[in-house]
Ligand binder design. Structure first.
Ligand SMILES: [Zn+2]
Length: 336
């Protein structure tokens, strides 16, 4: 069983010889930027640098998969958002929004896949696939339709519409979903095996769980149904109130943070529907813990039945490579 077969089987809940260790969320760290010469912010806009930095988490840290890109702004930018590209250790962020006034003038960019940094990401997928062959899984990351919609409208307006103008809320979500489907399928065509979809704005910290069930879930289902690859849904925060609804979104797997305190109970709740990736704390264990803590938390996640051992959320850029490697060591010791 090669790494790619193992990862895809584990995502689908099929039997594997050992639990794979990957990051389905942000992977780049400053240590690898220095080692590869491919640093942020340039690696967000240069296909070769994007590919080099992504592959280093496999070659240097031992993660059993490669993931790119490193932000949740590629599609938002292609659709008209203004993006601040950040710094060497700060991710890009959306600073201005094309549709804060309303949804009357929503317009899908002509030739969406040629806009902004989309060609760069597609090229990076091809470079990685050509370099690594077919045995290592390639995970493409992209913002989900809920986060994209809030970027297009501005978070403030999006939240307001969720309560006071459900028609506008639904319209911008549908518009975002159409774009997500198109972009995700292009990533698959460029070589991605799996699409990982962080959708932080869908968190119960920001939108009511009832809204997730009635409005967001059908949008996420349509997204998953429209893409020709297994997908992973990541929602930030304590998603306990929406866990069962997340399991119904037609994704193969869900990625959860350590804020979901009882992983074993979460596994039981979603059994037979989705698998679970996670949930080693990115800020409190991988960034600020030592290797012993990384190993202890990793083994705890494995004991509680995690299907894919992974950071709970995006890896902080100042995280040490040795701490990421310690997750792999922990899995090896656990399997032995
Ligand atoms: Zn998260």
């Amino acid at each position: 069983m090669n790494m790619k077969e193992r990862f895809i089987k584990a995502l689908k809940g099929e039997e594997v010889d050992k639990v794979p260790v990957v990051s389905v969320t942000q992977t780049a760290i400053v240590e690898l930027m220095d080692k590869t010469g491919a640093a942020w912010p340039e690696a967000h806009s240069d296909a070769q640098k994007m590919a080099d930095l992504a592959m280093a988490s496999y070659t240097e840290c031992g993660l059993e998969g490669v993931r790119a890109p490193y932000c949740l702004t590629v599609l938002a930018e292609a659709m008209g958002c203004t993006v601040n590209m950040g710094t060497k250790n700060r991710q890009p962020s959306v600073t201005d929004h094309p549709y804060p006034k309303g949804v009357e003038n929503l317009q899908m960019p002509e030739n969406l896949l040629a806009q902004g940094r989309i060609p760069v990401v597609l090229e990076a997928m091809k470079i990685i696939r050509a370099k690594l062959g077919d045995d290592v899984p390639l995970i493409a990351g992209m913002e989900g339709p809920v986060t994209l919609a809030s970027d297009l409208a501005s978070v403030k307006k999006f939240m307001k519409w969720s309560i006071k103008d459900q028609e506008a809320f639904q319209t911008i979500l549908d518009f975002s979903c159409d774009a997500c489907i198109q972009y995700a399928n292009a990533l698959v065509e460029a070589g991605a095996d799996v699409i990982s979809v962080p959708d932080p704005v869908a968190s119960p910290d920001l939108l009511a769980p009832e809204t997730f069930g009635t409005i967001l879930k059908p949008v996420l289902q349509r997204f998953a149904d429209g893409v020709n690859a297994p997908m992973i849904l990541h929602v930030c925060g304590d998603v306990s109130p929406i866990l069962e609804m997340m399991a119904d979104c037609h994704f193969a797997s869900i990625s959860i943070e350590e804020k979901v305190k009882d992983l074993a109970a979460a596994k039981t709740k979603v059994a037979g529907k989705v698998t679970i990736c996670g949930n080693v704390s990115s800020p409190f264990t991988l960034l600020s813990g030592d290797e012993a803590k990384v190993k202890a938390d990793s083994k705890k996640a494995l004991e509680n039945g995690v299907d894919v051992l992974a950071p709970g959320c995006g890896i902080a850029p100042d995280t040490k490579c040795s701490n990421i490697r310690a997750m792999v060591t922990a899995r090896d010791e656990f399997s032995a």
